[in-house]
Design a protein around this ligand. Sequence first.
Ligand code: CU
Length: 498
Amino acid sequence: MKRRNFIRNTGIGTGSIFAGGSFFSLLASCTKGDMMNNNGMNMGGQPFPITEGNFSRLLPIPNTVTGNVSLTAQATTSNVNGNNISVLGYQANGILGPTIRVNNGTNANISFQNNLSEKSNIHWHGLKIPANMDGHPEDIVNPGSSFNYQFTVNQRAGLNWYHPHPDGATARQAFQGLAGLFMVNDSEEAALNLPSGNFELPLVIQDKRLTSSGITYNPSMGEVMSGYMGETIIVNGVAFPFAEVASRFYRLRILNGSNARIYNLAFSNNTDIIIIGNDGGLLKNPIAVKNILLAPGERLDVLVNFAGATIGTEIFLESRVFDNGGSAQGKQGFKIMKFKVTQSVNNSFTVPVSLSSINAIPPSSSSKTRTFVINAMQMSNGMNMTGIHRINDKVYDSSRIDERVAANATEIWVFDNSQGDEPHPMHLHGVHFQVLERKGGRAKLTASESGWKDTVLVLPRETVKIIIPFATLEGVFVFHCHNLEHEDDGMMLQYQLA
Ligand SMILES: [Cu+2]
């Protein structure tokens, strides 16, 4: 039996809270409004404002490797904001690991060495691979040990990513730097002749809390509630960077690799964001929007056209304010990075009308509907501070199988946040799914929620219905909130496919 412990998350000694019965002094020590809302029961965090930088550092592009690679989790340093600060990395001198790029149908053989002083592992977010290669929270690699992740990539082209997933330490390890991209390519994608090479930019957007020497991770109770956020936006590991671009179409492969922060992406000149793909790869058809929400764990594949911009033009990718993000999110607009047009070129690319063939799964093919209430908050009955975030009133327990699913079944799962007041991006391991319906809140699907997904954002007051074709990857997988503080707090269950 795993016991979740809020005390562990805060780093505050147990004696200082419970020995004197002084729980309420902890309440008093939190930021005003940090804990209780009007009815005194639900709790939410406060916004953690962004402090914009000056966009003077060149955007780095992570090095690209094939599926045969060694990754070594280690304490290292990285030049994030002009200083070499202490970070965790999958390679020396880098806050991000290399981008692993493979073709569908090929084998990946990734030798993972854990040179941290604590347990870790790697979860391959978005990859449909066997359970024993998926980085289950209990499949850990001890300090000084290694593990070979070996699997065949058998899925459509798309942008996936990797990060640690050890029970209770995922959020801290990811926040301190452990993450990387995993791109799958296929012939359908290649036939589209999308912008590539220098015109295809991966953008890993994260917020960090920086000091002059490192990355701070010490969430307060309010930050366990809201998720841990930082004042500095980094893209590909560098704070508030810029990229020099030509006056033509670019393909941007965007990951929200933040622990908790949701971005409402837009361009400062209000140019179209042409969405061509999401978590699970290409959409059926492109769709142009002016802004789009991107929650932790989600990915976007977009085209943007800098044609017509004169040399010297500066265009910012920014995050705009948005509604319904709970007490801590969407309150502030800020710039993320700068694109500076430095070259005038002829632009012959035209956006394809059709991208991919995607068949909508009929709801009638579902053999079972499962409903998951994800707002849970238990403050009564003796002020139990463990497992504040729950699914169906349960906290994660590795010894308990929560849902048993038949291999090859198609099921509808419903995430019910209708009583909740925090956003929860819900992520399933081992599958891709389609989003069927959203009730309450935004009351509709967004432009990036057609096609295939592995993470879906459920804002306060929303209920989201998805349909999942389970395959034959028999074994135990987790599904959880990808607000990583919520996940480490216990907002994670297990399903067994058999
Ligand atoms: Cu959550």
